[in-house]
Structures are given as C-alpha cells and as structure tokens.
Write a protein that binds this ligand. Sequence first.
Ligand code: URA
Length: 433
Amino acid sequence: MRMYDVIAKKRDGGILTREEIAFAVNGYVAGDIPDYQMSALLMAIYLRGMTDEETAVLTEVMAHSGDMVDLSAIQGIKVDKHSTGGVGDKTTLVIAPIVAACGVKIAKMSGRGLGHTGGTVDKMEAVPGTRTALTREEFFRQVNEIGISVIGQSGEIAVADKKLYALRDVTATVGCIPLIASSIMSKKLAAGSDAILLDVTMGDGAFMKNLDDAIELARLMVSIGTAHGRKVAALITDMDKPLGHNIGNSLEIAESIAVLKGKGPADLTEVCLQLAANMLVLAGKGTLTECRAMAERTLQDGTAFVKCCRMFAAQGGDVEMVKDPDKLRKATYSYEITARENGYIAKNDVEKIGNASVLLGAGRIRKEDSIDFAAGIVMHKKLGDKVRSGESICTFYADDPALFAPAEEMYRGGLVISDQQPNLPPLVYARVT
Ligand code: URA
C-alpha cells in the first residue's frame, strides 16, 4: 500500500477502508509516513469528510495506538466526562466531587490548557503541592479508597492523537467534525471508563459555532462510544459567554469551591448540576429528576465539598487553601477595565476573553510555556448585563503591569456595548443520547 494512493482516494471523495486508515495512522505513529503526507490526508479529510463508519474505524485505530487503560481493578461503575473546550470552564472541579459524593467512582484523566481554553490539570496545580501525575497503582488505590481521582493524561494514551492533534493545530485542520470526534473518543475509549458524558460546547468561544454542527458532533461521538459498549450521552452547552465570573487558574479554583459550598454563580451551578445529574443517570443511579435532586443534596449537605478536600489531600494538595481559597497566592497588580459608554453588553467575544487571560499569564501560547496561577480576569459584567459609563466591566490580575495594555486591547476588541439588550442563549441547548 502507498500513502500517495490513500491521499488521492480521499482527495477524490472515496471511502477509506479499515486497512487504509490503519496503514496511514500506524505508519504515521511509527515515523514511516512523513508530516507532509499526513497533512495532505488530514486536509483531504477536512474537505471531503468521512462517513460514520470511517470515523468509527479511525477512532478505534487511534485508541489502540497507545495503552488501553483497564480500570477493572476499581470496583463499581466508573463515569468520565469530557468537555470540547471553553473559557472559564471549571465544571470538572465541581462535577467530579458531586458525582463521587453520590457514590459513583471518578477515575478521570484531564488535560492542560492550550490556546484560549483552560485545562483542569493546570487549575488543580494552582493548589500548592497537588500532584497530577500518579502511578497507576496510586491512582487505582485512591479511587478505591475515596471514590475520586483526577490526574493528567499519560503520554501513553492515544499516542496517535497526540501527534495528529499537533499536526492539525498547524495545518488548519482542527475544525473538522470527524477529526474532532475521533480525537476525543479515542482518548475516552482508551481511558477505560464504563460511561462517558460529553459536554459539547457551542458558541463563539467553542469549536462548534452553531447548533446543527454541535448536534452532529455529539451524535457521532455518542454513536462511536455506544458501538464500543460504553454508555454515552451528550449535552450541548452554551459558550457564548464564559461560565461563572472567574478566568484563570487560582481564580477558577476559588469559584469552583464557592459552587461546592453552595455559594457559586447561578449559571455555573446550574450547568454543573445538569452535567452531574446526567453522569449519575449514565451510572444507573435513577431518573434525571432523581439524579438532579441527589446532586443538589451534595451541595446542600457539604458532602461534595468534603470529597473535593479529600481528593486534594490524597494528591498532596494544601487542603487549608481548598477550604479557604483566599489563602491562594494573589497577583501583585490589578487593573480595572471600565465601560466607555452606557448600554448593554451586546457582545463579549469569548475567544478574545480567553486570549486576554493568556496574555495576562494565565494560559499557554506554546506547550512549553509556564503559567502564572494567580493571573486572570474576574468579570463583573457579562453578555446582556447593563453598564454605566465608567463602571468596571472586569478586573485583570497579573504580576507584570506591562501585560495589562495588550490584554485590554484584546478584551476590548471583542466587546460591544449597545442600547439594545441582546437575547441571551440558554445554558443548555439539547441532550443527545
Ligand atoms: N478536543 C480534543 O481533544 N480534540 C479535538 O480535536 C478538539 C477538541
């Protein structure tokens, strides 16, 4: 078989066989197929698409390119959750303790932030001492003992995805539904949980910009997971505004703890409860209504917060800071972004908000960049809110005041204040099963 012929077949709209897909992916991982040929194939897939069958095969080949984690040493049903990415998206830090407090095991591998979106592992490391790289034995023991562990994804999971994602990132081939579905589902299948809830974000801060595409991606991922014997469902959630008010690692830890203590922002709390309830349904804990009530109870009686403290303690984190996030290190400088006119926030581009927080030091532009955990943004006014001229819209935090000007330019570049109050999107658009 020649890679040239595989590329030409897809370029001309053909349907690739299992052998052809395995030849391309495994050859690329082995280093036998060069970047330029794989780039050409990715672009052909981007332009020509893939059938559901091709996407399922691609996912399977990618999943088996690394370790397939066997979680059978952990008793009970293990439920995972994956978000397709967002800004201020700290839901894992809230949902995982809620679900664990309801008696369902969470053995979760999460990612780091890259570009305008944040990652759970970085946020956890904002709590001093927290270890996010555990040995497999430590990981299993912790989940068996306290019901929850969230760690970084091992380099041996879905090795093909790691290489392919890096290539897609520089060849303008990320925004392609079959490639996104296979990328996400290969990691989820390899990570070994019995049930998977997918949070497919939609809006200007997400990969999916409209409901049709979001539903198509969700449907495809659900069908791939189900075909592999996993229980899978998806919620389509809004990403036309960040979740909650805080963006940046320590700031997001503080906001997540507030939700777990029952004092968090309404939007973030609501989305977390819906996601948690759906995870509990997948775990067979009851109907959606029963599971929602169960999730709410863990916030009211403090059991979710206790789970969160136990998880950080077990992973070496300073629990005093989890109990009182005010003790987390603060940025040296702050800076107010004020409204220049009266009106309503009619647009507040989420990608630009995320990029402004990266410019303040809260995220990475390149994989090897270091992060300033204290840096970030606290939003006082969000999409749809009324503002008066001179009123603070948000506060920037950074250790270097020279970072404020470029971050402000970025933030204001996506901000529109108008007389017209915009229609607000729902928090959750749809559920796909
Ligand atoms: N998240 C992933 O893991 N992969 C993609 O392709 C897009 C989002």
